[in-house]
Design a protein around this ligand. Structure first.
Ligand SMILES: [Zn+2]
Ligand SMILES: [Zn+2]
Length: 356
């Protein structure tokens, strides 16, 4: 079963999951193309192949259809090859922390001998019954359904009181880490807040105390005034290439008005606006020079407020990062954590703005 192991010096946690190693690959590792022998007949995410997956957790369905049958529009299933599992013995994030004395109470010696079960939940959200790859292959309605389900799962996981943090993400294409081409999203819920997120939260909380405002609300006001990194502004959202972009053409989409947990997705008008904007933004990325061999691999990474933390509620301002997979992290990046970005974000934003 998957395990958490913590680096005793840095405090960073890794997940060791032999299960992940046995997942099937529907991509050819050499070429990045869809592997020979894989098709919609053996795609576990295609409509009609529901028997190839574990039973569904949730779905958006056409009326008159039933769980684990056809007729769904979005289908949520447990990941068959999980990075984390819902172990018996823990029922809340508090149980987990207390029973394992997770974190600083362990000595380095304990860390290397103590196995810490990777208590968590790893879900696959199959975005559409159609065998398509990118958000730009989806209809507007499919995109709306996909994001609607993100919010539904988030609210459900928050109300379970089991988890401290949920990471929602989407890998499109082999270079972005996908193993199956059929459009899908994933989420992993864990019972602690990862260090990287904790650091951001701590700084944002300090900013809130010293300035009286949300850091990101102030940032967005500045970006709108400054203009050069803005890709598009709509009624409720702003698309920018962030000032310290780690990757060429890294893009962020923010709600313009303060929200922490995808609240806009519960509002039909805003959900529609966001879905349309995301499709347009990925279209811009795919149309820019960054199109490689007729396809762009990319990740969606949703940054949302942890459910459980000590800095007060509503500190975090959620955002979606879209990260095109144009270069791999190499020696310098692994050694230092410093990324070298060959395209200034101002140049990237200009180019993306010009694509209609
Ligand atoms: Zn499929
Ligand atoms: Zn804000």
């Amino acid at each position: 079963m998957p395990e958490y192991r913590q680096n005793p010096l840095t405090g960073q946690v890794v997940i060791v999951s032999a299960e992940r190693g046995s997942r099937p690959h529907h991509f050819d590792i050499e070429t990045g193309e869809v592997a020979i022998g894989t098709s919609i007949t053996n795609c576990p995410f295609c409509e009609g192949n529901e028997h190839l997956t574990p039973g569904e957790i949730d779905s958006i369905r056409n009326s008159g259809t039933f769980a684990d049958g056809t007729g769904w529009r979005v289908r949520v299933i447990p990941n068959k090859y999980p990075a984390a599992c819902d172990y018996n013995g823990f029922s809340t994030y508090r149980d987990f922390r207390e029973s394992l004395e997770f974190n600083e109470k362990l000595s380095p010696f304990d860390f290397v001998v103590k196995s810490i079960p990777a208590f968590g939940e790893h879900e696959v959200l199959v975005d559409t019954p159609r065998h398509i790859i990118s958000v730009t292959d989806m209809t507007l309605q499919e995109t709306i359904d996909m994001f609607r389900m993100y919010r539904i799962r988030l609210v459900s996981l928050q109300s379970s009181r089991k988890w401290a943090y949920v990471q929602i993400f989407k890998n499109v294409g082999l270079a972005a880490g996908a193993s199956i081409p059929h459009s899908h999203s994933q989420l992993i819920a864990i019972p602690f807040v990862p260090l990287t997120v904790l650091n951001i939260l701590e700084h944002a909380a300090k900013y809130r105390i010293s300035k009286g405002n949300c850091f990101w609300c102030d940032l967005l006001t500045n970006e709108i005034q400054f203009e050069s990194r803005v890709v598009e502004e709509t009624e409720s959202f702003l698309v920018i290439c962030p000032f310290a972009s780690r990757f060429a053409s890294e893009v962020e989409i923010y709600p313009k008005f303060h929200e922490s947990l995808l609240e806009s997705f519960a509002d039909e008008i805003k959900l529609n606006e966001f879905s349309d904007l995301v499709r347009r933004t990925v279209y811009r990325l795919e149309k820019a020079v960054y199109w490689i061999k007729n396809k762009l691999a990319y990740n969606f990474v949703f940054h949302i407020e942890p459910f459980e933390h000590e800095f007060g509620k509503n500190i975090f301002h959620w955002r979606l990062s879209i990260l095109p997979s144009l270069a791999r992290a190499a020696g310098f990046e692994w050694g230092t954590g410093l990324h070298i970005n060959p395209i200034p974000p101002e140049t990237a934003a200009k180019k993306l703005r010009e694509i209609k």
